[in-house]
Design a protein around this ligand. Structure first.
Ligand code: GNR
Ligand code: NI
Length: 169
């Protein structure tokens, strides 16, 4: 396994629409494993392939509590099939916008269809942090990051702070 470098704003890659995965094979599973290791090392609770420079429709997540067993989740070609009218607000962060946070409203619940680690079709009903996180990841596949929901003024401030952070590294 390998820890991959994470792309940060304002890298234009983060604006790309990721392309569908054609086949779930060992090469893709190797990328999924590397993404999981990268996410754990960051640390983060989700990671989209585009964040490690691969604009394909793939994401990994693990929402297990720190003291619990790991619960790695892999989503290939995920599609949002339903969203609740009710919204929920969550103070979101993003590994591509390090150390910056903002309250974002999203549908409180959603349903997703996807292919799993073995290429088998699955569906899931997401609530709570799971719903927020998977919608945040789906946005990445569509070239959207959470600061795109803020005013241009605030967005500019966040990008400037990240540029400074990355330069100082
Ligand atoms: O690690 C992450 N935490 C987080 C917190 C609230 C809402 C979404 C997230 S996802 C983020 C990792 C990341 O950037 N995924 O794309
Ligand atoms: Ni993110």
């Amino acid at each position: 396994m390998a820890i991959l470098p994470i792309v940060t704003v304002p890298d234009p890659l983060l604006k790309e629409i990721s392309t569908p995965v054609e086949v779930v094979d060992d090469a893709l599973r190797k990328l999924m494993d590397d993404m999981l290791e990268t996410m754990y090392a960051a640390p983060g609770i989700g990671l989209a392939a585009v964040q490690v420079g691969r604009p394909i429709r793939l994401l990994v997540m693990d929402l297990a509590e720190e003291d619990a067993e790991p619960d790695p989740q892999f989503y290939v070609n995920p599609e949002l099939t339903w969203t609740s009218d009710e919204l929920a607000t969550y103070n979101e962060g993003c590994l591509s916008i390090p150390e910056q946070y903002a309250d974002i409203d999203r549908p409180a619940e959603c349903k997703i269809s996807y292919l799993d680690y073995h290429g088998v079709e699955q569906m899931v009903h997401a609530t709570g942090l799971f719903s927020t996180c998977i919608q945040h990841e789906l946005d990445h596949l569509n070239g959207i990051v959470f600061i795109d929901y803020l005013s241009a003024l605030k967005r500019g401030m966040y990008v400037r702070k990240v540029k400074k952070l990355v330069k100082e590294e």
